[in-house]
Design a protein around this ligand. Sequence first.
Ligand SMILES: Nc1nc2c(c(=O)[nH]1)N[C@H]1C(S)=C(S)[C@@H](COP(=O)(O)OP(=O)(O)OC[C@H]3O[C@@H](n4cnc5c(=O)[nH]c(N)nc54)[C@H](O)[C@@H]3O)O[C@H]1N2
Ligand SMILES: Nc1nc2c(c(=O)[nH]1)N[C@H]1C(S)=C(S)[C@@H](COP(=O)(O)OP(=O)(O)OC[C@H]3O[C@@H](n4cnc5c(=O)[nH]c(N)nc54)[C@H](O)[C@@H]3O)O[C@H]1N2
Ligand code: SF4
Ligand SMILES: [Mo]
Length: 567
Amino acid sequence: MNSNNTVACPLDCFDACEANYIDEKCKPSREHFITDGKLCVKFAHLLKEDNLKSAIHEGRNIELNDALEVLSNKLEQSNASKVLYYKGAGNIGVMQGSPKEFFSQYGATFVQGGICDEIGDAGLTQGRGHNVNPPLQNLIDADVIISWGRNFCLTSPHMYAKVKDKTFITIDPIVTDMAKKSDLHIQLNPKTDHELALLLTRFAYMDDMNDVESYEEYSSGADEFEDFAKSRPLVSYESTIGVHLSQIVKFMEMIKDKKVAIMLGLGVQKYFEGAQIIRAIDSFAAYIGIHNKKAGGVWYLSDASYGYESQFKTEAKKSVDVTNIDFSAYDLVFIQGANPVVSIPNSQNVIDGLKNTFVVYFGTTNNDTCAYANLVIPSADFLTKSDVRLSYGHENKAISYAVKQKDENCISEYELTNHLLEKFNYEALKPELEIFEYYKNTNPKLPKIESFEFIEELEIEALYEDKEDDQYYLITGKRKNSLNSQFKIDNCAYFHSSSPFSDGVEVILYTDYGKAKFTVKLSDDIKENCILIHAGAKNVNYLTPNISDEVASSAIFQDVIVSIELS
Ligand SMILES: Nc1nc2c(c(=O)[nH]1)N[C@H]1C(S)=C(S)[C@@H](COP(=O)(O)OP(=O)(O)OC[C@H]3O[C@@H](n4cnc5c(=O)[nH]c(N)nc54)[C@H](O)[C@@H]3O)O[C@H]1N2
Ligand SMILES: Nc1nc2c(c(=O)[nH]1)N[C@H]1C(S)=C(S)[C@@H](COP(=O)(O)OP(=O)(O)OC[C@H]3O[C@@H](n4cnc5c(=O)[nH]c(N)nc54)[C@H](O)[C@@H]3O)O[C@H]1N2
Ligand code: SF4
Ligand SMILES: [Mo]
């Protein structure tokens, strides 16, 4: 088969699947290890997207060249530091990084921190110097897999398919799809995972499951961590974590003498002290000797570009935390591949700001953010541009060739960047093929954990101390058939059926940060004290804090208590 017909799924997902473009159709690749002959429904939705086919200026369709002229004139007239470059995760191919090169040379303000995995990444890196997953084979060779704050089978269905016959334990406040496939489900209260990690450490100590031989080789602080875990009073655990001790006993029985893999997800780190929480879990993992073994290990959203040299300049002269941008403070806001009106915290703040600046939207679809754009530039879709897709789930990548002719009114990220670089007489990008070949042919070696620092103390404010009985924890996670705000999204708030509401009624939910209307859906999969609102739900981020976590300038979507406005 002609290998130049492969395309990579560009969606922000662990799996990084590959397809073959044959007879104008995408067929799941059989040779690509992860894809293994299957693609998912999100990819099918992507193929059916109604993509933008014309540039738009102040509500009127215009020629692409005219739109590029408006953009460069605006940039020429603006003070560079008053131009904000905002990049999202609509397509996570490496070529999406190219516009950074222009905005870096131009001197625009960049966004720092993130709205995804950055808090957990910072926590893991503090403890072990990097955040890189073990080889996928270690997962395949594990006996027991713990899905901890991650909806493993839903958010990375192809990784899951490789190991679906293993024994699973899920740690999650919600009865997720993954929980339903698990032999044990620890349905803890939100923001109590550090307490659970300490409790498990204490049980491991009592059961002689501490693997001193393994961790003394590369770590420091184990004794202090052990003492710290032992010093917590056992009696308070049940009421705080919300879990019966018999489940902890079962957990220990299930992992004893087994090769254990922990699949960590975003759920544990969507809090102000999320970096400490994830470090507590990673310290428990080190204590029982999971790291640096031939099988098992700890997986998170790995630093996919570890070991690659960035092919684009990305230094920012100035930056602003993503969690609390005052968009109105900029003369021009350039938004690429993102839908911040729905996806970043405090939607009211975002909308108020976007209404009072000149917004350029560069993307494939007419999303919620386009409603506030003065200029829309249609991006070429993934089938019409070459790219390489690295994965934050595993070490396999996916290669994308341009298999279709681009629409003449659309432009790729690489082309737009070179156009602007030329206009401003800046240094051009390296040739597209050279960048593509670099990412395609470079295969960095996965690092081991050379030195590990156990966490020795925790300073974490408990969410349960602030919550009244008629209030709820907010859980916000992914939905099976959509990808963040892309594709079919609802605006529902899911409650346990013991709640005082009926299915289908509208409620107004409020927090310290804002309020919004939702349609009630009842489901016994939801813990009684929680409300689940999916990522991408139109109004969810009216409720979330425009506050950064303590170390990573990143969003803390769940550090919030929800009340219900009674009409
Ligand atoms: N179908 C689908 N797949 C996706 C995506 C999508 O939108 N749809 N998005 C992709 C992206 S961008 C990302 S970053 C990944 C994220 O992948 P995951 O980390 O799996 O995603 P989430 O659904 O955000 O969070 C995981 C789980 O954490 C649980 N949780 C919430 N709070 C807590 C807590 O305090 N403690 C514990 N232990 N659990 C908690 C939630 O109930 C949820 O089940 O998924 C990717 N894959
Ligand atoms: N409440 C709540 N909020 C969340 C989350 C949550 O769990 N709960 N999850 C967070 C997470 S993990 C993430 S990653 C973010 C995601 O948030 P965003 O980064 O804003 O991503 P999307 O909502 O998927 O919107 C991506 C847009 O990219 C555009 N696009 C697609 N392909 C291309 C392309 O090839 N080129 C260009 N230029 N544009 C393209 C499409 O128009 C699409 O609308 O949301 C975060 N927000
Ligand atoms: S599982 Fe993920 S990477 Fe694979 S086709 Fe679906 S969205 Fe794309
Ligand atoms: Mo994400």
